[in-house]
Ligand binder design. Sequence first.
Ligand code: ZN
Length: 68
Amino acid sequence: MPDKTLLCKDCNQEFVFSEGEQAFYKEKGFENEPQRCPDCRRAKKAQRRNSGGYNSAPRNNYSAGGRW
Ligand SMILES: [Zn+2]
């Protein structure tokens, strides 16, 4: 499986979807190719972490688990 060059949906830059990544995606069962370059993916992830959201849920469960 050769490396693929894809176009990032966010910044319109070309990025390489490498052979290793393709294998990783396949292993995970992802059927879609990545839509964003690694930089934008990282930015997106960081954004999600900053907004809190579901990330705070496990911590709440943890402190509530003091009952058992
Ligand atoms: Zn990008």
